[in-house]
Design a protein around this ligand. Structure first.
Ligand code: 16G
Ligand code: ZN
Length: 541
């Protein structure tokens, strides 16, 4: 470690304004003007993380997702495309807060090297990409300064969706192995998805065009490029694709807006019966929707995507008679499992358990928790209600798909479809474009309308509100975010309110991305849901 080089480089990125930084569920995220020292520290940390993985490539994504355009953020990606391991999150926090002086930063670097027994003679490889935010380029430059101060190599992929960055990281680190994931290029990414989609939908009548809301973000140009590879296999119309005008990113548009407001985005004409979807600002989330003839807005959220996908995969596996090789030598049917969070609509959970008869596991909010839990199944389907999620296939499941042939033409066709799904689905992370094609493939295969899909089960009315509190750290969630252990006594009061409502459910949790606490409620009717939600907001305040 060349301490004079690090000190000299830090001088251009010193943290002087007293902001306290914290690496949370989505990495660091805040007003972009505050992020310069953070980016420098993340550059240093990425080098240490790569060295600790013996030179494997670490990803850095610069994005604030669905948050306003003036915000930005940064998160680190592990070699197989997963989120940074939790034990390193606290290093990230310490290092960012130590950018106040050379002594402080050198001391923290030293402590991480010792705690993780990092061999500093190892090489370090980093790849970085960013969304369309105007602040992105300068922040990448600060990151590069950090990487180079510790002697790491960095490749800048420029503008990418978050899932594309995860994809290239996984491709680079699996190259030449049995689990090689593909070529680490943007073109190869589109090609992989498009080819799988074409194969799986071949011979089926096309669905009506899908209206796609690009949230005026990186998902829009990515969709246009993907569209070229899909050719006439997929018909769509893209709106909200202006990435050049200031102030438009995510403005009254995108997956988060549509999910929370339960209405179509600005800039989209939606006639009854038309099919539509919205991506978020970095294209890792998607929700679908349509309006009925009587103008009722219907949202098809992450819960609906998860049930559609799980049901489809189970159907294929049973018609393909897939058996999976177990460690004890036995071969047993494919086990599909679903992972949800407290935000999953109660009706979806009941549908999964009672109708699909699929086991369901709950985890706290945040992709890393869901992803990890999904790895326990042969096929782990995980989605947050907000449209963030994917499907994971275990190595044993992939092997079963590859080695089965099928005793009938129908079985062979189902096996082929399962194989295509493993290419169509981005297993590194939730991916709006990949999830969009997954949904469209299932609906094409089943010739199913949005309205039929929506009728699988009926959502209970729900409401989400934000409450500004003095210190959100006082709110300590337990039991996968469904209850609070602190402030003492608060949970008892919430329970008393919930008990007054038929099918009532309500939880309060501190946000990991904003300085507020969130209140979620559902009940049998809209009116009861609203009353429950607002009463609990009053108690929390
Ligand atoms: C982050 C999470 C997302 C979660 C959201 C909750 C990742 C990559 N993203 O955006 O999964 O739904 O935070 O935000 O983990 P909140 O803590 O503000 O409610
Ligand atoms: Zn996002």
């Amino acid at each position: 470690m060349d301490s004079s080089k690090i000190s000299a480089a830090l001088s251009a990125h010193l943290h002087t304004n007293g902001t306290v930084f914290q690496y949370g569920t989505a990495g660091f995220r805040m007003d972009a003007t505050l992020l310069d020292p953070v980016m420098f520290s993340v550059g240093l940390l990425a080098v240490l993380r790569s060295k600790s993985h013996k030179g494997k490539t670490i990803g850095v994504m610069v994005t604030a997702s669905h948050n306003p355009e003036k915000d930005n953020g940064v998160k680190l990606v592990e070699p197989l495309g997963e989120m940074l391991v939790q034990s390193w999150e606290s290093y990230a926090t310490k290092l960012a807060n130590a950018t106040t002086s050379a002594d402080a930063i050198l001391a923290v670097l030293d402590s991480i090297v010792k705690a993780e027994s990092i061999d500093l003679s190892q090489p370090a490889h980093i790849v970085v990409a960013r969304d369309t935010r105007p602040s992105g380029q300068a922040l990448v430059a600060s990151l590069i300064d950090g990487v180079q101060a510790l002697g790491g190599h960095i490749k800048d992929y420029g503008l990418f969706t978050t899932p594309q960055l995860h994809y290239v990281v996984r491709c680079i680190n699996t190259a030449g192995t049995a689990s090689a994931y593909g070529e680490p290029t943007e073109e190869a990414y589109y090609e992989k998805l498009a080819n799988a989609f074409k194969k799986i939908t071949d011979g089926y009548p096309r669905l009506s065009p899908l209206l796609i809301d690009g949230a005026n973000g990186i998902g829009a140009p990515a969709m246009e490029k993907l569209g070229k590879y899909l050719g006439d296999s997929f018909s769509y119309q893209l709106v909200n694709k202006d990435i050049d005008s200031r102030g438009k990113l995510n403005f009254d548009s995108g997956a988060d807006f549509v999910k929370i407001k339960q209405t179509k985005p600005l800039g989209m004409d939606l006639a009854p019966g038309q099919r539509a979807c919205s991506l978020d600002g970095d294209a890792d989330r998607i929700v679908f929707y349509f309006i009925e003839q009587d103008n009722t807005f219907r949202l098809l959220d992450g819960d609906k995507i998860a049930t559609l996908a799980a049901d489809f995969i189970m159907d294929l596996a049973s018609s393909a008679e897939i058996l999976v090789q177990r460690d004890d030598g036995s071969r047993t049917p494919l086990q599909v499992g679903l992972v949800q969070t407290a935000y999953a609509n109660g009706s979806s959970t009941a549908y999964v358990k009672d109708t699909l008869k699929v086991p369901v596991v709950f985890t706290p909010t945040g992709v890393k928790h869901l992803h990890h839990a999904a790895e326990a199944f042969d096929v782990g389907v995980y989605f947050e209600a907000n449209g963030h999620g994917t499907v994971l296939f275990s190595p044993a499941a992939i092997h079963a798909f590859k080695s089965s042939t099928g005793s009938t033409p129908a079985a062979a066709k189902s096996i082929e479809a399962l194989r295509c799904l493993t290419d169509l689905i981005n297993q590194a992370v939730g991916d709006a474009l990949s999830d969009m094609l997954l949904v469209e493939a299932v609906l094409t295969y089943q010739q199913k309308s949005f309205s039929k899909w929506n009728s699988d089960y009926t959502d209970l009315p729900s409401r989400q509100e934000k409450v500004k509190v003095a210190n959100r750290g006082d709110f300590v969630p337990i039991k996968a975010d469904t209850e609070l252990s602190h402030p003492l006594g608060l949970q008892g009061k919430i329970n008393e309110e919930v008990a007054k409502f038929s099918k009532g459910r309500c939880f309060v949790r501190p946000s990991g991305t904003e300085d507020i606490v969130r209140v979620y409620a559902e009940a049998a009717t809209r009116d009861e849901t609203d009353r429950l939600c607002y009463t609990v907001c009053g108690i929390v305040f």
